[in-house]
Design a protein around this ligand. Structure first.
Ligand code: UDP
Ligand code: MG
Length: 337
């Protein structure tokens, strides 16, 4: 391995062995000064033991403590470290998205900065990908967070997500996951959506596996999240499900309804004519002509509405190309800017 000589990109590009895909490890960092030295010290031997090229993409999500300086200090000893420094705090999902946007590896691993995830579990996840899965999702079987505040609530949230999404995992919220980078293509994450990556992947035909991983209590500081996150997660899930999943083709929904209305109009019209010719009974003074006209107009209007919605959905997806974060600076050992 030549990682000590080369820059992060070169390390990824040159050491991309014939069998083992290159790896990008994404770490979202928000006020983690007490964990960073320990984290990097524990992560590095694991990554070196993998026998594949790797880079670390640390995203400093507007930390107000010394996190950024500690990361910058680590650049000297870690040539394949890249630091994406946000202008302010944008949240863990934005940090993950930035990491994914900047990652060069064919495999992406995300891990918490606070050492609640165990770097030693990374090889387990990679082994799952080597088995042919596209996503290996960490499952914190023994969750080490405060009982009621996190464990109970998240159990309910996980059930709900499983039920709504139709993609059945035990633990969506675990940051420690490994992905093939190509299943993330086109996925834009915002709000709380980083935890839905396996769901997106499954919807796109990806194979998803869950791998039990260790979980440690937070040693320093507090969780940056509270109860309101569960509500946000559920609301985001509804957006994901109905905007990204079903309203991708609104013309199917509005168009089918419109076609049904037009068919009703036509059948009613033909029936009126038939009765007139067969039995000489005029239907003109019944409500039927009104039904014909109304269903005809409703049919035309809903098809037009479908077209309009189609335009809006396209604009919506187009607008998702903008990033949901702002980068102040990118640091890497070779002064890449
Ligand atoms: N994090 C972040 N931005 C935020 C909040 C958290 O980048 O606004 C990072 C944080 O530094 C950690 C990970 O996301 O690496 C998980 O955060 P936390 O430990 O607070 O969440 P929990 O473990 O309670 O789910
Ligand atoms: Mg944590």
């Amino acid at each position: 391995m030549s990682i000590h000589k080369h820059s992060s990109d070169e390390a990824v590009a040159r050491n991309d062995g014939p069998t083992k895909a290159s790896l990008s490890v994404i770490i979202p960092v928000y006020n983690e000064e007490q964990s960073i030295p320990d984290l990097l010290a524990r992560l590095l031997p694991v990554l070196l033991s993998l026998d594949r090229s790797f880079e670390i993409v640390a995203v400093n999500d507007g930390s107000r403590d010394n996190s950024l300086n500690l990361l910058i200090a680590a650049l000297d000893s870690l040539p394949n470290l890249r630091i994406i420094d946000f202008r302010r705090n944008f949240g863990q999902t934005a940090a993950m998205m930035a990491g994914i946007d900047h990652a060069k590896g064919k495999i992406i691993v995300a891990i918490d900065a606070d050492l609640q995830n165990d770097p030693d579990d990374i090889p387990l996840l990679l082994a799952k990908l080597d088995e042919g899965y596209d996503v290996a999702s960490g499952w914190r079987k023994d969750r080490m967070d405060a009982a009621i505040r996190r464990n109970f609530v998240s159990r309910v949230a996980n059930r709900l997500i499983s039920w709504i999404s139709g993609v059945h995992l035990h633990d969506y919220g675990c940051t420690l996951k490994a992905y093939r980078a190509d299943v993330l293509k086109g996925v834009r994450l915002y709000g709380e959506m980083h935890r839905f990556i396996p769901i997106y992947a499954a919807w796109m035909g990806g194979r998803v596996a869950e791998v039990p991983v260790r979980h440690h209590p937070r040693k320093f500081g507090n969780s940056n999240y509270g109860l309101e996150r569960v509500l946000k997660v559920v609301l985001d899930l509804i957006v994901v499900k109905f905007l990204d999943r079903y309203l991708v083709k609104p013309i199917y929904v509005f168009g089918s309804f419109g076609a049904l209305a037009l068919a009703t109009s036509a059948v009613t019209f033909v029936w009126m004519i038939a009765i007139k010719f067969a039995w000489g009974i005029s239907m003109i003074s019944t409500p039927l002509p009104l039904v014909v006209v109304m269903t005809f107009l409703i049919g035309i209007l809903s098809i037009l509405l479908g077209l309009l919605a189609e335009i809006m959905v396209r604009t919506y997806f187009e607008s998702q190309k903008r990033t949901h974060y702002l980068v102040r600076e990118i640091y890497s050992s070779e002064f890449e800017k």
